[in-house]
Design a protein around this ligand. Structure first.
Ligand code: ATP
Length: 285
């Protein structure tokens, strides 16, 4: 008996670091937009050999309990007191360590699949468990557009009609760890935002106004990334000069997304980008 789900990726249209806590967690205010492209596929065989096995289509990606999906399965088994005999396979499409939440999404997919199968935990316990695995994991349990606060565990879901603008996401093939990005966050970028940008961004998403979305993008983690990796500033400028209304890094990078006015302009930009930078993978929504 097995089951599978699509494990979505995300971008952060807005990411403000409000506070660095003594426990080294960060309090954030961030707008998560889930994406169906790229997405992984996570499958669990519930009647495998005793224990937890995790493999993926990416050679060198941590396996078994070193994979975040394996850690999620172990945490579920412990909390729900269900002996594990689970074989997990992950078909990866989401670039790794790219700021697109791949590992967190896979972990949430495992929690969801296991709880659909066994129904052993209430939603509140599942959410608690998710947060122990990583700050982005609770978001992926539902995978709906949301503003997250706290360390990523308090949600305001942006339900009702929301219009994602035409987007492309460009992934340069080098990894950046979230730890690096947070360690290099300069103190002057930490604090609350008095500009009202986040609410303007949400309004623009509700009004189907790509220009309004583009004008209000923000990412506190981006400053250090542009400085350390000049290619990212080159990419951002290329996107802005070739038809994007705006472009910004998602999460802890290095993937960078562009907001366009129309699907046609977005598709033209995707072509231009692929032509100019052969080693960049481009995704569109
Ligand atoms: P984060 O902000 O958590 O770093 P990210 O989207 O930038 O998220 P991920 O793709 O989740 O990065 O990878 C982060 C690290 O987690 C990588 O070093 C990778 O080896 C490890 N990892 C463990 N399990 C997975 C998984 N299932 N998918 C992707 N990466 C995983």
């Amino acid at each position: 008996m097995s089951a599978a789900v699509l494990s979505k990726s995300k971008i952060n249209l807005y990411l403000k670091v409000l506070k660095r806590r003594p426990d080294r967690y960060h309090e954030l205010e961030t707008l998560f937009l889930p994406l169906d492209t790229p997405a992984d596929r996570v499958e669990i065989d519930f009647e495998g050999v005793p224990g937890i096995r995790v493999s993926s289509t990416i050679p060198g990606l941590p396996e078994n309990l070193e994979n975040l999906a394996g850690r999620a399965a172990l945490a579920y088994s412990d909390m729900a007191k269900i002996p594990a005999h689970w074989t997990i396979r992950i078909e990866k499409e989401i670039p790794v360590a790219a700021g697109m939440g791949g590992g967190s999404s896979n972990a949430a997919a495992v929690l969801r699949l296991l709880n659909d199968q066994y129904g052993a935990l209430p939603e509140s316990a599942l959410a608690e468990l998710a947060l122990t695995l990583g700050a982005d994991v609770p978001f992926f349990l539902h995978g709906r557009p949301a503003v997250a606060t706290g360390v990523g565990e308090v949600f305001r879901y942006l339900d009702g009609t929301l219009f994602a603008p035409p987007l492309l996401v460009a992934n340069p093939h080098f990894p950046v760890s979230a730890k690096w990005a947070y360690t290099h966050l300069a103190p002057e970028h930490i604090g609350s935002d008095c500009t009202g940008r986040l609410e303007k961004l949400i309004d623009a998403l509700r009004r189907n106004d790509p220009a309004g979305v583009a004008a209000n993008l923000h990412n506190d983690l981006a400053f250090a990334l542009y400085e350390k990796f000049p290619l990212l500033a080159i990419l951002r400028d290329f996107l802005r000069e070739n038809g994007a209304l705006n472009a910004e890094i998602t999460g802890s990078g290095p993937s960078i997304f562009a907001v366009c006015a129309t699907v046609e302009e977005r598709d033209e930009l995707a072509l231009a980008l692929s032509g100019a930078f052969r080693s960049i993978t481009v995704f569109t929504n």
